[in-house]
Design a protein around this ligand. Structure first.
Ligand code: SAM
Length: 354
């Protein structure tokens, strides 16, 4: 979407009247349903899609993507396996959510005596249309979960940038969904919204694209942390350290950003590199106490030797992550040559790996 005049910070750039919002409530006259808003709006979109030019919202249906082959949920096994471990975990839970929703609409259609001709592929299309395009509405009645999401076709013209500063909300006075920009635009500029402070893993999974030089990007080192082998560390010691991490809320979510090593990762590594670890001894109990002090902020480090070893092993796990990424990039190069995978999908996986 483009600015047709200069726009000042603080101006409302878009105002969509309630009657043009597709919500659960706006559709309930069509069918009495016991489905979530996401489930039902997805069903509505695919039913409209199947009507072709007879659909009352045909112009909108016609401008929706024809497929979502570039989204991880649709990747074949070969490409899925090349995704970073943490993305695979998230895509698996997204897939489970989809399967749950697909089962719910099938049950619903059956309960209505409707013989469904909606395939998994059909429904996935509707489901991803909603996932990539819905807006969240703060309802006055916080129990009214069915009214929380909406599709506003006009808003589909707005793309995302992390630089946009906006507020989007339903205005009860004007009965419109309004977007206010807090950055100015010049006539002819592309006008953006901001889907949130998301890294490329999230953006790829939820919206099917990536942002070059996204400042929210990070590398997850959870798998490398668990797989690291420390000389002299017994399986019992390893398990006791992991139990301690769990008990203190420091298990997992170990990330590296462009200019930041997460405190969680540093803390977990400090514990991990402690040698001759045996919780039944007073020596280990004393060092665990010092480790706990680094969590509360009482001290910054356990001791200089532990700190040195921690950074040494941090470097090792970074090198291991780098090696894996290089192998993935090589495999992706081969995929481009041999398979029929959507070229954008390959570009996206290269981007989240790089
Ligand atoms: C609400 S739609 C935005 C409008 C979309 N460009 C269209 O023409 O339908 C959301 C989709 O737009 C695309 N999109 C939004 N911002 C983008 C960006 N900065 N770069 C690339 N694609 C973007 C993604 O495919 C996303 O799923």
């Amino acid at each position: 979407m483009m600015a047709t005049r200069d726009i000042k910070a603080g101006e409302v750039i878009i105002s969509v009247p309630k009657k043009f919002l597709i919500t659960y409530r706006s559709l309930t006259n069509l069918l009495k349903v016991k489905l979530s808003a996401h489930q039902f709006i997805s069903l509505y979109l695919i039913l409209e899609y199947k009507k072709g030019s007879q659909s009352s919202i045909y112009p909108y249906i016609n401008m929706l993507p024809k497929d979502f082959d570039n989204m991880p949920l649709n990747y074949n096994k070969e490409l899925f396996n090349l995704l970073p471990h943490n993305v695979k975990v998230d895509v698996k839970s997204q897939r489970a959510k989809f399967e749950h929703d697909f089962a719910a609409i099938n049950n619903f259609l059956k309960s209505q005596g409707i013989h469904s001709k909606i395939t998994r592929k059909d429904y996935l299309w509707g489901w991803l249309c909603v996932n990539t395009r819905c807006i969240y509405l703060e309802t006055k009645n916080s129990d009214d979960v069915k009214d929380r999401i909406a599709i506003a076709p006009l808003l589909d013209f707005l793309n995302h940038t992390y630089e946009a500063k906006i507020k989007g909300e339903f205005n009860y006075m004007t009965q419109c969904y309004e977007i206010t920009t807090f950055v100015p635009y010049k006539r002819g500029d592309q006008v953006f919204i901001n889907y949130g402070p998301h890294d490329n893993f999230f953006i790829l999974m939820e919206y099917g694209f990536v942002i070059p030089n996204n400042p929210y990007n990070y590398v997850s080192l959870d798998k490398e942390y668990l797989e690291i082998s420390l000389p002299g560390e017994t399986e019992l010691a390893r398990q006791e350290k992991l139990d301690l991490l769990l008990r203190h809320g420091f298990y997992g979510d170990y990330s590296l950003r462009i200019s930041e090593i997460s405190f969680r990762l540093l803390t977990a590594l400090r514990l991990r590199v402690i040698q001759q670890f045996d919780v039944s001894t007073t020596g280990t109990q004393g060092i665990i106490l010092k480790w706990k002090n680094t969590i509360t902020g009482l001290t910054e480090i356990i001791n200089s030797q532990n700190e040195k070893s921690m950074y040494f092993h941090l470097q090792l796990i970074c090198e291991s992550a780098l090696l894996k990424a290089e192998q993935v990039l090589e495999a992706l190069k081969a995929s481009v040559r041999i398979s029929k995978i959507h070229p954008y999908a390959i570009f996206f996986v290269v981007n989240v790996t790089n």
